[in-house]
Design a protein around this ligand. Structure first.
Ligand SMILES: [Fe+2]
Length: 233
């Protein structure tokens, strides 16, 4: 875990300071290193590389989400293989965005209905890419379901409740947490605890899974106090 963090910190530094071609090389090397035993098809690296070139914020989002997923597995004692698998799930969940035009992905404004319809295609597009590359079924399913919600209000299929697998429920929470805590040109980031409080509203609204929310919160804040529990749960 520490090694992965160090590698990813180095990548982030390179990403922030070097031209895109350098970033691409470094990103590809890292992806190979972290997911090598799952890397059955090298085409997937080229998909990640395309995202790296076209959409800087999605690239950072994938790396951040990968780390949170690995942290979730690590702090919940899920074992080495699951840490790798969950990292892979995080890294690949938005791979379907590779076909979406830049002007939509990077729009610093509310999307039009038509643009949002295009965005909503990325879970199915991602599932197809990962299926064609023969990825583990949990990686594929999570890419497909990470925008679904327990109450059926998500997309692309409006699935609900027990029809959603555990990794999809986890990714739904981590995806939102990363978006809330990351700087964007049009918004300031929230502090982790504030982001968890925002997410709690969707837990209370029965859109997100309370048990997984609790597990994720522990993985973010570590050992907690009674005061923490009272405020957050
Ligand atoms: Fe997504």
């Amino acid at each position: 875990m520490e090694k992965a963090k160090k590698i990813l910190k180095d990548i982030m530094d390179v990403t922030l300071s070097e031209p895109k071609s350098e970033v691409l090389t470094e990103m590809t090397r890292t992806v190979k290193l972290i997911v090598e035993e799952y890397l059955k098809n090298p085409n997937i690296v080229s998909y990640l590389a395309k995202i790296s070139v076209h959409d800087y914020s999605t690239q950072l989002h994938l790396i951040n989400v990968m780390l949170y997923c690995m942290g979730y597995a690590y702090y919940n004692d899920m074992g080495k293989n699951n840490i790798k698998l969950y990292g892979l799930i995080g890294l690949m969940h938005d791979i379907g965005k590779v076909g979406i035009p830049d002007y939509i992905l990077q729009a610093p404004r509310k999307l039009t209905e038509n643009e949002f319809n295009i965005i909503m295609e990325h879970p199915k597009n991602g599932w197809k890419i990962l299926h064609d590359c023969d990825f583990d079924v949990r990686v594929r399913i999570t890419a497909l379901e990470h925008h679904e919600r327990l109450d059926g209000s998500g997309y692309p299929d409006g699935k609900s409740g027990n029809n959603l697998c555990e990794t999809s429920r986890m990714l739904a929470i981590i995806d939102v947490f990363e978006a809330l805590t990351t700087w964007r040109p049009y918004k300031e980031p929230l502090k982790p605890f504030s982001a968890l409080q925002v997410i709690k509203q969707d837990v209370l609204a029965k859109k997100l899974d309370p048990k997984i929310f609790r597990k994720f919160a522990y993985s973010i804040v570590g050992i907690t106090s009674p005061e923490f529990n009272k405020t957050l749960f």
